[in-house]
Design a protein around this ligand. Sequence first.
Ligand code: SF4
Length: 327
Amino acid sequence: MILRLKNIGKYFPIRGGLLSRVVGYVKAVDGVDLEVEEGDTYAIVGESGSGKTTLGKLSIKLLDPTFGSIEFMGRDVTFAKGKELKDLRRSTGIVFQDPYRSLHPRKKIIDIVSEPLIINGQDPEEAHKIAIEFASMVGLTKDLLYKYPHQLSGGQRQRAAIVRALIYRPRLIVLDEPTSALDVSTQAQILNLLEDLKKEFKLTYILITHNLQIVYHLANKVAVMYLGKIVEKGPVEKIFESPRHPYTISLLSSIPAIDYVFSGGKINIPRITPTGEPPSPTKPPKGCRFHTRCPFVIDICRREEPTLQPVEKDHYVACHLWQKINA
Ligand code: SF4
């Protein structure tokens, strides 16, 4: 097990009034358990505002949790500081959605990608040599390294961001919508590159995306998030071929011609369209958080919050209806 999140939560305070007092909280992640095995590509999916990016950042301690614990390679790193935090930083990386924003506009690419090594005491000349070596592995020529971010194409900038994430040879990388800012042909190249690098460097990925076709082709496990909670998780094939949670079904049924897109018609998913807009994460509904939009809502859904229960090996769902059917 490379990563274990236990009952992890992150609340962001909302301030208001003249004295800027805390008047509420955005409950971005609200009690999540996640276990990531070495070699996994674990996808986190959900609408915007579901908490998936916050969960990705918590996973590598780019954010401190409000509650819960983070175990990385068998060690509790929830409160890691100093050398322990430095070690964690070297073992993890992140690639953001928009490479243009994540690369310093006034620095040359070579300085941006070798910066983590130099900060940690590596001789700059040696750090540049390592950066050139890594850049050639991701298809960036040496001359591109001596340019500024605005002089590169979107795909080249994302390759530079990948070099920066890889330069320490980390074990775990969070990919936060790594292709959504790119055009379609470049997306495929970057996805192929990420697959090749995973094999080459024996990486584990946490893939945050709203693109379910990417999940099907790249990931082996998936967790579906709704309003800060995981509502269903398990192996990708099981969840795509027989989703149980109404929210998961609605996400999958939003893909046009899903039966043809995936596995030659093997999948036969009923169509569900949730009603209304998602509620605010500052005031999630009582009981099941999806009950205000769920076409199958029953009485208990409005009173009690369902917990994740196994429906079959490794496949978990948090839904009262399924628990009733399985009882
Ligand atoms: Fe729908 Fe109830 Fe299941 Fe929530 S618990 S998804 S409201 S059936």
